[in-house]
Design a protein around this ligand. Structure first.
Ligand code: GLN
Length: 239
């Protein structure tokens, strides 16, 4: 078996070890004999079809460059979403999955509307550890690190990834973190996110395999003692 990963604009958006998410998916596939095709996508490139797309976080300046590029590929990426491709966007990338991001200074950046959400920069920066309680993972928690001033608000069929136990998440008001619509996932959790949340990594891999092969595939278990210990040591931790 194999999956293909399209990494959107890694040279521009890659903060706090976002690349670790790609490494985690790749290793967890390889350990099970699943081949991974990795395609880093740069500005000006024509985007090919993939099972899973990843985009990281970054500063407003890099986000601006990426926003224009992404917008040129909006129709293609929306069609990919509707074919059940898996998307994972972190922080700045997550913000661009919505309709727009309004920075504190300057013009609104157009998003690609993969999810029904918008983001507006707030006056405060949210920095610190986050614990989220989800309803779709076992163990149910997600842990990570946030650093953003953007406040994200979800609408319609776009639902949060989970409920904030520690930290601020989407906007610091409604106790939600991240977003999901179809197989599009967005989150403020850097860290890297996936090395210490192996259940989420496997969840995404299973969806990517299902997209490629058209039926559900259950992954074999791995020895995750180290990953689970790391995860557990961060659950509920504020600093
Ligand atoms: N510029 C965005 C914000 O501060 C994204 C930051 C990030 O990706 N870490 O809200």
């Amino acid at each position: 078996m194999k999956i293909s990963i399209g990494h959107l604009y890694p040279k521009l958006l890659n903060l706090y070890g976002d690349m670790g998410n790609i490494i985690t998916i790749t290793k967890r596939c390889e350990w099970r004999g699943i081949t991974v095709e990795y395609d880093p996508i740069g500005t000006g490139d024509t985007i090919k079809e993939h099972d899973l797309y990843f985009i990281g976080g970054g500063q407003d300046k890099q986000q601006q460059e990426v926003a224009d590029e992404l917008y040129k590929n909006k129709d293609f990426l929306l069609a990919e979403r509707d074919c059940n491709a898996v998307f994972l966007g972190i922080c700045g990338g997550y913000q661009l999955f919505g309709h727009y991001y309004q920075p504190f200074y300057g013009e609104k950046l157009r998003g690609i509307s993969l999810i029904d959400a918008y983001t507006v920069a707030g006056k405060k920066r949210f920095i610190g550890n986050v614990t989220v309680e989800t309803e779709f993972l076992t163990p149910s928690t997600l842990v990570g690190f946030e650093n953003h001033s953007g406040l994200t608000y979800l609408h319609g069929e776009t639902k949060p990834l989970g409920k904030i136990m520690v930290g601020n998440g989407n906007n610091g008001e409604d106790k939600t973190e991240g977003a999901r619509y179809k197989n599009v996932f967005g989150t403020y959790l850097h860290g890297s996110l996936l090395p210490k949340n192996p259940a989420f990594a496997d969840y995404l891999i299973e969806l990517a395999l299902e997209k490629r092969y058209g039926h559900k595939i259950k992954l074999q278990n791995l020895n995750d003692d180290l990953e689970i210990n790391t995860h557990n040591s961060l659950v509920g931790k504020a600093y």
